[in-house]
Design a protein around this ligand. Structure first.
Ligand code: BTN
Length: 241
């Protein structure tokens, strides 16, 4: 991962750049990095602030079908390990894959894939890390997000952080291809288990206990009626109940 890298001072979204580059024959592990994005996106169609000073990049995969659900957890583990090493901070993961410190979001992960029939053509994993984000300009952001440089002393070296994340992704992806899943380590960083949560799914809300995750990273929610629901990340928002 990271043998081929494209850097843009400004682009729409590195998700689109990586997907287009994939169609033009980019090798697996190709990386697109941008200083700013004008059309960046988060999960569930949400916005993602893309001002200068933070880290925005996407990585191209051509995974076997079994590995597809593991790409996002793998990226989460790589980000947590790297923040620990480079910033000396101790992040958690909020299911499905928000990287948080003290309950505030420092990084987000977005996985998108394109299929042709039952074959995966490509998968793009995009990562945004708040390194120098100024959260004070927006009350909503200030209440939900933070950035590494607000918490870390000395300030974080962005290129070192990127290098580490790519190294860890590379090692974890090799593990996956050898049959070793990132899920056990990912589960260790999850702070959602054992909590009462509200899960909103296609407009309906379920309150229950976040009981466990399964081998693919799906959340198993025990509802107040005693039913065990298995929830996939895609179409869900989760908050403390
Ligand atoms: C989320 O938490 O909702 C996921 C946020 C993902 C943001 C990254 S920044 C690099 C890549 N390009 C995008 O447009 N989105 C991802």
């Amino acid at each position: 991962i990271g043998r081929s890298v494209r850097f843009y001072q400004s682009t729409g979204s590195t998700m689109d750049d990586a997907a287009e580059w994939a169609c033009a024959g980019a090798e697996e592990g190709a990386v697109v990095v941008a200083e700013t994005q004008t059309a960046s996106r988060g999960r569930l169609g949400r916005r993602w602030i893309s001002d200068e000073g933070n880290l925005y990049f996407s990585v191209l995969f051509r995974p076997e079908i079994d590995a597809l659900p593991l790409l996002s957890p793998l990226a989460g583990v790589a980000v947590v390990r790297s923040i620990r090493q480079v910033a000396g901070l101790y992040p958690s993961i909020k299911w499905p894959n928000d990287i948080t410190i003290g309950g505030l979001k420092v990084a987000g992960i977005l996985a998108e894939s394109a299929m042709s029939g039952s074959l995966i053509q490509q998968a793009v994993v995009g990562i945004g890390v708040n390194v120098a984000l100024d959260v004070s300009t927006d009350a909503e952001i200030a209440a939900t997000a933070t950035s590494l440089n607000e918490l870390a002393e000395p300030q974080v070296d962005r290129s070192e952080l990127l290098r580490r994340i790519l190294q860890h992704m590379d090692a974890l992806y090799l593990d996956v291809r050898r049959g070793r899943s990132p899920i056990p380590e990912w589960r260790r960083w999850l702070d959602t288990l054992g909590q009462r949560v509200t899960v909103t799914h296609h407009g309906t809300s379920n309150v229950g206990l976040a009981e466990d995750i399964d081998d693919l990273g799906n959340l198993m929610l025990r509802t107040d009626e005693g039913e065990l629901l298995t929830l996939t990340a895609g179409d869900i928002t989760l908050r403390a109940a």
